[in-house]
Design a binder for this molecule. Structure first.
Ligand SMILES: Cc1cc2nc3c(=O)[nH]c(=O)nc-3n(C[C@H](O)[C@H](O)[C@H](O)COP(=O)(O)OP(=O)(O)OC[C@H]3O[C@@H](n4cnc5c(N)ncnc54)[C@H](O)[C@@H]3O)c2cc1C
Length: 453
């Protein structure tokens, strides 16, 4: 992205200061609290509302400053590091519940609203947002959407972009663009808010989002089936996912991951895999699901099948959801690699990861074809020097490309693994065209999407 403006020495006083006043912080101590993949920003902007967010973006664009958006900062370890960061735009003050319409199954909140706040609000009215994203204790709605941080509930409720009905987006030119609507049925205009899902803050700032919520099931149980192999556990997961049993979510964890969840400690045993099937509905339906699933798992060679009841389930799942993307893993000691493949390829992706990184802790959503490898940095070579990549990267890239798998590093310190192990399915040309249309000046975190977009 060609940048035409010449950056003044910091602080980018004038226009940014006009927009934000004392909510532009430039003291080194303030800036040090907002590192982006190890890079300390030169200033921190704390807009109070959507309008100020747009003003700050407009001012930053006019100054030629590079802006990185930050919610709770839970994904601030994403690689590659930015070349430079002039402004971190902290959305934590955009923490408002604009409207909850329980009868319409919608809620509209500020982009900086913590997930826990939304979840508590909805739970009080017997509802939930079916996005069991990780980092639940601190992450914001905007950050969750922007990083497409879905959880295993996508099996029943669809991808995260399906859970957004509309948004108010501040764009780098200072506009506030409203997309979608605050109703479930709407066919007006393009679904631009879906474009923002997974954009990692590179296209605009989610100032507000309208979420599609669902009624809480009357009761929930988790079937915990222990298998000796990931192959048989994955096969039963695929069969169950396409059966009329219609579970809410299916997660597969190795014994090391299982030991990170208090409620699973008693079920884990060395070398085994736990298949976790979350069932929800009315009492009769859940009882039937649990009974049928128990029989199905026993018939396919499960060593044991246990049930977490309606009391144990919510607590257990709040830990299990954290295994989809790295929350319980120290971001300085683990690289988290997410591999997406066809569900039928999940056992092969698991075997490949186990073979390459024997000490990696593995979790998966086997019916959705997703595998998370939490790889200790000690299992990886140090970052490649200026002369090129570590020797094992090319074979890895070739093997994954041949298999048709997409693999990205979600977080971790710099390592020999490239941030995008395989080319994403969307062509870089398309990424470039979208970026050029929405952020022509390259204000928002340029260079960190695949292809350096
Ligand atoms: C009075 C009324 C109100 C409605 N309100 C809502 C609402 O608020 N929210 C909502 O979600 N749904 C609403 N619907 C339903 C909605 O119109 C349809 O569900 C939706 O348009 C899809 O219909 P369809 O699949 O039959 O496609 P069509 O209605 O046949 O076409 C959808 C669009 O695709 C184009 N198209 C169709 N075929 C092709 C083709 N082969 N190649 C290129 N373009 C094509 C059409 O020109 C049109 O623009 C409403 C329907 C009615 C009658």
């Amino acid at each position: 992205m060609k940048r035409t403006k010449v950056l003044r020495s910091i602080p980018f006083d004038l226009s940014l200061r006009d927009a934000l006043g004392e909510r532009l912080r430039v003291l080194p101590g303030d800036c040090a609290r907002y590192p982006v993949s190890g890079v300390t920003p030169k200033s921190v902007a704390l807009p109070r509302d959507a309008k100020e967010t747009a003003l700050a973006l407009e001012a930053a664009t006019a100054e030629g400053a590079i802006v990185v958006v930050r919610g709770a900062g839970t994904k601030s370890h994403r690689q590659p590091p930015p070349r430079t960061v002039e402004v971190v735009l902290d959305t934590s003050a955009l923490d408002t519940v604009v409207e909850h319409a329980p009868e319409d199954l919608t809620v509209t909140v500020g982009g900086g609203t913590p997930l826990v706040k939304v979840e508590a609000l909805l739970r009080a009215r017997g509802q939930f947002w079916p996005c069991d994203a990780p980092f639940a204790a601190s992450s914001t709605v905007g950050g969750t959407i922007a990083s497409n941080a879905h959880g295993a509930l996508r099996l029943r409720y669809g991808a995260l972009r399906e859970q957004i009905l509309g948004a108010l987006i501040a764009t780098p030119d200072g506009a506030l663009v409203r997309t979608g609507a605050r109703v479930v049925k709407s066919v007006a205009g393009y679904d631009s808010h879906k474009l923002i899902s997974g954009s990692f803050g590179t296209l605009g700032v989610i100032a507000e989002a309208t979420l599609k919520v669902a009624p809480l099931p009357e009761t929930e149980n988790v079937v915990v089936a222990r298998f000796r192999s990931a192959v048989s556990a994955s096969a039963i997961a695929r069969a169950v996912a396409t059966s009329p049993l219609f579970p809410m979510a299916i997660v597969l964890v190795d014994d090391a991951c299982a030991r990170r969840v208090g409620a699973l400690l008693a079920h884990a045993s060395t070398g085994s895999w736990l298949l976790l099937i979350r069932c929800g509905g009315n009492r009769r339906s859940v009882a039937r699901q649990v009974s049928d699933l128990t029989k199905a798992c026993e018939a396919t060679g499960a060593d044991s099948v246990d049930i977490l009841d309606h009391v144990a389930t919510p607590r257990a799942w709040s830990d299990i959801r954290e295994l989809s993307g790295g929350a319980p893993f120290d971001a300085q000691r683990f690289v988290v690699l997410k591999t997406t493949s066809l569900p039928t390829d999940t056992p092969a992706a698991i075997a490949d990861a186990r073979n390459r990184w024997p000490a990696a802790e593995l979790s998966a959503q086997p019916a959705s074809g997703i595998v998370y490898a939490h790889i200790p940095v000690s299992d990886l070579a140090p970052p490649a020097g200026a002369n090129g990549e570590a020797p094992h990267v090319e074979p890895l890239h070739r093997a994954y490309t041949r298999a048709g798998w997409s693999a990205i590093v979600l977080s971790g310190p710099p390592s020999s693994l490239p941030p995008y192990v395989t080319a994403p399915s969307a062509p870089t040309r398309l990424f470039r065209a979208v970026k050029a249309a929405l952020d022509p000046a390259g204000t928002l975190d340029p260079g960190r999407l695949p292809g350096g977009v």
